[in-house]
Design a binder for this molecule. Structure first.
Ligand code: UD1
Length: 342
């Protein structure tokens, strides 16, 4: 019988790509989403890509404890991947309680529901943000975590700890994997699913594509006086499909009982630092478009340079990022053009 994975936040940017990869790898998926930060576009796209018109969807807010528990009673869930969370760094600074309440309560409800049905495998979507401004790059999973720069970042660190403690106390009933994502970018090669930021995008690539299509006037490059080769920040941009594939490897490792510890941590990155300026130039070159940009002041809270040492994920999960930055930037542009009906 097929194993079933519950994907909370499964209609969002990362969740929709993960759902596609899980279905294509032979898993059954239950998508759960409250559509608070996305519309139905990506859910419909997932159905089209996979030919699964009957894909189960539960419209649920995981902050509702009874509703979260009901899902675990309705389906036999072998693993849950938890994406359902707010993710806007600036907003989290302005409205910290909204972030703490939503991101922590929803995750605790998932863990409680999983415990109530006797346990299951839990994969949590963490972030490189837990490393703060690292003293040494690239960062390994042993690089010390730093105090977070924002309530959003704090919720990632806290959820990591909540999962670690819950796994420890569960006596083997709950197993956990924390995936620390670097900077996910791009879209599915079909251009049927991708990132759909609400309002003005915070992240670099959606801002680039929206500027190139004419929705935004000008991209601001936040600082060119950082101590890096070209003065702009260095990040590890990882293709969204590569990132999604890492989840399939992690889920399979859990299902097959191959974990070496009850709660494991993996960096999900490429190991390749790319500067903001390099990314902007690559975008223009591969897509043959000219981007209106200017150099602006540094954005408070940005770290100078961070990229992954992905050795552990490469060796233990048997996963490796494969897509080039150029191909990923082509997919990001194809998605923006698809949205614009071009
Ligand atoms: C940000 C969050 C991180 C979160 C991640 C989700 C912060 C401090 N970090 O990472 O916690 O997990 O998004 O994807 O917000 N840039 C510009 N102009 C823009 C937008 C960005 O120059 O209009 C630059 C930034 O200064 C940075 C790089 O592009 O150097 C990447 O920025 P972004 O896409 O926002 O990601 P992070 O800040 O790395």
């Amino acid at each position: 019988m097929k194993k079933t994975v519950l994907v909370s936040g499964g209609a969002g940017f990362i969740g929709s790509h993960v759902t596609v990869e899980l279905l294509q790898a032979g898993y059954e998926v239950v998508v759960a989403d409250n559509f608070s930060n996305c519309d139905r576009t990506c859910f419909e796209g997932v159905k089209k890509i996979t030919g699964r018109e009957d894909l189960p969807l539960e419209v649920v807010d995981f902050c509702d404890e009874a509703a979260a528990k009901a899902i675990f009673h309705k389906y036999h869930i072998d693993a849950v991947i938890h994406f359902a969370a707010f993710k806007a760094v600036g907003e989290s600074v302005a409205e910290p309680l909204k972030y703490y309440k939503n991101n922590l309560v929803s995750f605790m409800n998932v863990l409680e529901a999983a415990s109530e049905v006797g346990g299951c495998n839990v994969l949590f979507s963490s972030s490189a943000t837990v490393y703060g401004e690292p003293e040494k790059v690239p960062v390994t999973e042993d690089t010390p975590r730093q105090p977070a720069m924002s309530p959003y970042g704090n919720t990632k660190t806290m959820c990591e700890d909540i999962l670690q403690d819950t796994v420890k106390a569960s006596g083997g009933a709950i197993k956990g994997i924390l995936l620390r994502y670097f900077n996910p970018i791009g879209a599915h090669p079909s251009a049927l699913i991708g990132e759909l930021p609400r309002g003005v995008p915070n992240n670099l690539v959606p801002f680039i594509t929206q500027t190139a299509i004419g929705k935004r006037e000008c991209l601001s490059i936040f600082g060119n006086d950082y101590p890096t080769p070209d003065g702009t920040c260095l990040r590890d941009y990882i293709d969204i499909v590569d990132l999604a594939r890492a989840h399939v490897f992690a889920v399979t490792r859990m299902m097959e009982g191959k974990m070496k510890k009850p709660c494991e941590i993996f960096n999900v990155g490429t190991g390749r630092p790319v500067s903001v300026m390099e990314l902007v130039n690559a975008f223009q070159k591969v897509n043959g478009v000219k981007l209106n940009y200017k150099i602006a002041a540094r954005r408070p809270g940005d770290v100078t340079a961070i990229w992954a040492d992905p050795t552990l994920a490469n060796n233990e999960l048997g996963w490796k990022a494969e897509r080039s930055v150029e191909d990923t930037l082509k997919s990001a542009w194809a998605w923006e053009c698809h949205l614009a009906g071009k």
